[in-house]
Design a protein around this ligand. Structure first.
Ligand SMILES: CC(C)(COP(=O)(O)OP(=O)(O)OC[C@H]1O[C@@H](n2cnc3c(N)ncnc32)[C@H](O)[C@@H]1OP(=O)(O)O)[C@@H](O)C(=O)NCCC(=O)NCCS
Length: 209
């Protein structure tokens, strides 16, 4: 067994032995239900994703077709929650966005990714969702660190990270290529110790259900 495989095994054993097994989960916040995607979410996803403002900083097709929505939902439904837990964001009975992690088990860290329909921007909804998912990532997944990146011009996104207690760790210059234009990213992270101790969490706390 090579070193990396051994490390993966150790991390998987640690997560299993310590009870941190990731199964599809539903979280409830004050205004939102965060739940696994379902096959009949395709129309809801299409309704918000076929909007060039929504996808301005996202590497997704433009225009965004029903096939794109179906492919996204199919993938989200069949995803392995041990590696990529993905919550649909439900508001008033409709799916208006998504949020989830890419888990790196050997390093016990999760990269947070999220989006929400333009009609719901700047109402604190993603901060509410992200706070719940960060809580869940530390509390239920036992992660040591949660981090993310946002285009330096995507102010709303890095404000969400700041509001859930993440620290800007640096700026990655010319780090991505989106529609022919190179992008700079701010890099943010929060450590388990900061979440557990020093950071005053936002008022919306999560209840599992
Ligand atoms: C980025 C995104 C997730 C933010 O979601 P949201 O629900 O609007 O976020 P919130 O309302 O919780 O917080 C947004 C914050 O950014 C601020 N903000 C948004 N645009 C801003 C701008 N251009 N300049 C300054 N502040 C801005 C808001 O005022 C708010 O901060 P405040 O509460 O301190 O006033 C949402 O815009 C989105 O889904 N965009 C498309 C997909 C995307 O870019 N995803 C992130 C990829 S890294």
């Amino acid at each position: 067994m090579n070193g990396r495989a051994n490390l993966v095994t150790q991390a998987e054993e640690w997560r299993r032995d310590s009870g941190f097994v990731t199964v599809p989960t539903t979280l409830r916040t004050r205004r939102l239900v965060l739940r696994p995607f379902e096959p009949n979410d395709v129309e809801d996803v299409l309704a918000y994703a076929n909007d060039p403002e929504w996808s301005r900083f996202l590497s997704v097709p433009r225009p965004y077709s029903i096939e794109d929505a179906r492919e996204f939902v199919d993938r989200s439904v069949s995803i392995d929650w041990q590696e990529e837990p993905a919550f649909a964001i439900e508001y008033d009975g409709a799916v208006v966005g998504g949020i989830g992690f890419h888990i790196d088990s050997p390093n016990s860290r999760g990269m947070l990714a999220y989006s929400i329909a333009r009609a719901y921007w700047n109402q604190g909804l993603m901060t509410e969702a992200a706070a719940a998912v960060v809580d869940w990532g530390f509390d239920q997944l036992g992660l040591a660190k949660i981090y993310s990146f946002a285009d330096v011009e995507n102010v709303g996104s890095w404000r969400v990270m700041e509001k859930v207690g993440m620290t800007r760790e640096g700026t990655l210059r010319s780090h991505g290529l989106l529609r022919g234009v190179r992008q700079d990213f701010h890099s943010y992270g929060i450590l388990r110790s900061e979440w557990a101790g020093d950071f005053d969490p936002p008022p919306q706390r999560v209840t599992a259900g």
